[in-house]
Design a protein. Structure first.
Length: 244
């Protein structure tokens, strides 16, 4: 299976890419820029394909999608890239995965990195700065992303969409004192992207260590989902393609 892992230069993304390659999958790794891409030399030397682009830049996201579509597109995407704070929160955590989902032709499985912080998010779309002119709320971004997963599962039943809380793990973003298990942090994403286990073939779930959990109550509010899809389509000028 060919699988794209965004934000795969370190942490959970790198661990997922390494595990997938060890399992024999064809992996596409992603780096924000050429300097970061140099850190993926060990994987590209083993045959991993590489795409480079800053997910904060919508044009770069579109270029990555076009590059992948021009080749044999991936069958699955682990939308791993994310930022904790600052102006890139909404562009990277919400806009980029939305655009990749809408623009990529091939993937039938999409796994999105959510967070337990989504429980602190606010289900309000009015006044959200999607461009990153001002700093965004991490909790809000993960709530929006988790609701997008539920919406995608509803409106695109031909796809498998999953949201995963990897735990608070000691990555560059999580910090060295994070209490959760780094090794367990990527395994649910890999399982959902590749497994034919009946549980992995469901869609719309919010997962923690291969167990489904109840998300924020707004996630399954279909009116909120519809508003979110409408806002994202209007903001980006890109609507989700109809299901097949």
């Amino acid at each position: 299976m060919k699988i794209l892992v965004t934000g795969s230069t370190d942490g959970l993304g790198l661990a997922a890419a390494e595990t997938l390659m060890a399992q024999g999958h064809a992996v596409v790794v992603h780096a924000r820029n050429e300097d970061r891409a140099a850190g993926l030399a060990a994987l590209t030397a083993q045959g991993a394909a590489l795409v480079v682009g800053d997910l904060e830049d919508r044009d770069a996201v579109a270029r990555i999608a076009a590059e992948l579509n021009a080749a044999e597109p991936p069958e699955a995407v682990i939308h791993n890239a994310g930022v904790w704070s600052g102006r890139a929160v909404m562009p990277v955590n919400v806009i980029a995965p939305y655009l990749l989902t809408a623009l990529l032709d091939g993937p039938r499985r999409h796994v999105y990195l959510s967070s337990g912080s989504h429980y602190s998010g606010h289900a309000r779309l009015q006044g959200v700065d999607w461009t990153g002119t001002v700093a965004g709320s991490y909790g809000d971004s993960k709530l929006f992303l988790t609701a997008f997963v539920a919406a995608l599962a509803r409106v695109r039943p031909d796809l498998l969409a999953h949201a995963v809380d990897p735990g608070w793990v000691p990555t560059r973003m999580g910090g060295p004192d994070a209490p959760d298990d780094l090794d367990l942090g990527h395994r649910t994403q890999v399982w959902l992207a590749t497994s034919d286990d009946p549980d992995a073939l469901t869609s719309g779930g919010y997962w923690f260590h291969r167990a489904r959990r109840a998300p924020h109550e707004a996630v399954h509010d279909t009116a909120f989902q519809d508003d979110l899809l409408r806002v994202l389509a209007a903001e980006t000028g890109v609507a989700l393609p109809a299901g097949q």
